[in-house]
Each structure stands twice: as structure tokens, then as C-alpha cells.
Design a protein around this ligand. Sequence first.
Ligand code: ACO
Length: 335
Amino acid sequence: MKCDQPRAGIVGLGTYVPERVLTNEELQQMVDTSDEWIRARTGIRERRVASPDEAASDLALVACQRALEDAGIGPDEIDLIIAATNTPDMLFPATACLLQDRIGAAGAGAFDLLAGCTGFIYGVAVGAQFITAGAARTVLVVGAEALTRIINWQDRNTCVLFGDGAGAVVLREVPGDRGILSTVLGADGSGARHLYMPAGGSRLPASAETVAKGLHYVHMNGREVFKFAVRAMEDGAREVLRRAGLTGADVDFLIPHQANIRIIEHAAKKMNLPMDRVAVNVDRYGNTSTASIPLALEESVKKGKIKDGDNVVMVGFGAGLTWAGLLIRWYDYKK
Ligand code: ACO
């Protein structure tokens, strides 16, 4: 990016997780698993579960309202809403449109973005382009998931991994050398079969048979996704740094997608970063998909782990298969 171009950055953060905590101990009563296995193989201790009356847009709404409040921005100032989700309220209309109405962002464009767990980084990368191109002044990006709705609670390979939550950011032009320095978006559709929901779309519409066969649940080949993930995290981080003309030594903090502590630790090791400079919340929330990075980001900012001027790398992977990286020089919008 040329230096005379405006740079987009984050000027507001907000998150929300449902109250209900589901522990590994409870899962032991539901499927053939153990707290020990889950902690050792994934690092997860507990996750949040949306209440029966909470859909993705309900979680997203609170996160968005908090992000707007944090930014000190009114809903009428939003030009565009991007909702990254794998669990929209409905196949259509877009969850972003439901949010646009409920937030009161009359006049804002709104669309959903589907890129698996990588959706949040994809959304921020897309939103930032609108700002640098001068096509929008304020963009709201939210990652929100009610993943526990599409989980087969009898499948121990998947049901222990996922949780619900939402995280939103407000993007605007930021001053000086702060803001998003580089992004990289990647996909390998040949791996689509490793993580997918077979029924409910136009390929296999919902029917009594698809429901009876459990085809409306997440189907995953964990080992293949794992192999892809470790490679994608490493490549994503390396590529965003290369694009910005920086190296691993310039990185102050890493926010990896929170799917599995072993994948996170691998990424940290490859970047030579000690774990105190890496965001981890997978232990408390499990894999919240598109919400995982904004949840981890807000927590890190609140704990004072990310300071003005820090180079922060976000990397993720997910269904698609997709992967993405984003490098941001943190702008302390509170100072
Ligand atoms: N409890 C007890 N045993 C289990 C459980 C469980 N919850 N789950 C699997 N096992 C068993 C398996 O059945 C297998 O038994 P077997 O050898 O008798 O067949 C054994 O444990 C080992 O299975 P592996 O798949 O080799 O276990 P692994 O150590 O690879 O861990 C895991 C599995 C955690 C799923 C891992 O592969 C992983 O994290 N993969 C990435 C998944 C991921 O990140 N998905 C989300 C992507 S993001 C998105 O877009 C949603």
C-alpha cells in the first residue's frame, strides 16, 4: 500500500458471549469423551451455548452495540455492515440486514460473508478496502456464531470443539502510520469436503430423510483440517509480514484463530513468539469460529497486552478450506 493512501484501522471493539457455560465434565455425561482427552488434545475446558431464543443476530446485535459505544459512533454514521457467519439466522435474508434494522443503521449497505472460521479476517480485509478506496467512511464488521445449533451432540469428534459468541469492530481511517498494513486471503476449495454441512442448501435441500441422516450437522475430518491449519497459520503470518516489508522480529502480538491450543502453539513457535505475546481464549470459549479473533482481540486490548504502535498479526483458517492473515499497527483510539 502506498504511504499517501488512507489507512483503515479499528476504532471500536465489542463482544458478547451467552451466559450458559458448558463444561467438559458435562460433556462427559453426554458422549464417550473425557475432560482429560479434551484438554490434552484441544486445550478446551469449557464453551458457551446460546439460549434457545438466541440466534446469531442476537449475539451479533449486542457485540455491535458495544463496539459502536466503544467507538463513540452513532448507528446513523455506519456506511456498511459486514456480518461474517457460518450460522446465519436463516439462509436468507442476510443476517447483516437483520442487524442493520435492529441497530438502526438506516442507509447502510449490509451483506453476509461466508468464509468459514476465517470470515472475520476476510470481513475486515474487505471493509478496509471500502475505506481506503473512499467508498465508505465507517464500516462495522461482526463475526457471530450460534454453532451449537448445527452440532451433532452425539458426535464426539465435533461436539467438544465448538462454542457460541460474537465480536464486532468499527473500522475507520486512522492517523499516521497506524492501521492495517497488509492482508492476505487464501482458499483451497479442494478441501471443502473436510469441513462442511451437507444438507440444507440447494445441493441437498432439507427433507425428512436429510434430517434423519443427520446431514444438517457439521461434518469434519479433523486430521485433514488440522494438517491444513498448521500450514495455513504459518503461511498466512509469513505472507502478511512479507507484503508489509516486515519480518517475524517486528511482530509484537499474535492473535490466532482459536480452534486448538496445539495449532496455536505451533504458530507461535514458527514465529518465535513466547506464549505471553499470543492471545489464547480457546480454553474458555472453544472454537467460536468467526467470533474467535475479535473475542481474543478485545480481551488482549483490555488486559493491556496490545499497545499503541504495536504490530499485531491475526491469522486464521476454516471451512472452504480458507485461510487469511492481517497485519495491523495498533491505533490506541482511547488515548
Ligand atoms: N473424546 C475422546 N476421544 C476422541 C474424541 C473425544 N472428544 N474425539 C476424537 N476421539 C478419538 C478418535 O475417535 C480417535 O480414536 P481412534 O484412534 O480409535 O479412531 C482418537 O481420538 C484420535 O483421533 P484424532 O482425530 O487423531 O485426534 P487428534 O489428536 O487429531 O484431535 C481434533 C482431533 C481435536 C479434532 C484435531 O484433529 C483438530 O483440532 N483438528 C482441527 C479441527 C478444527 O480446527 N476444526 C475447525 C476448523 S474452523 C471452521 O471453519 C469451523
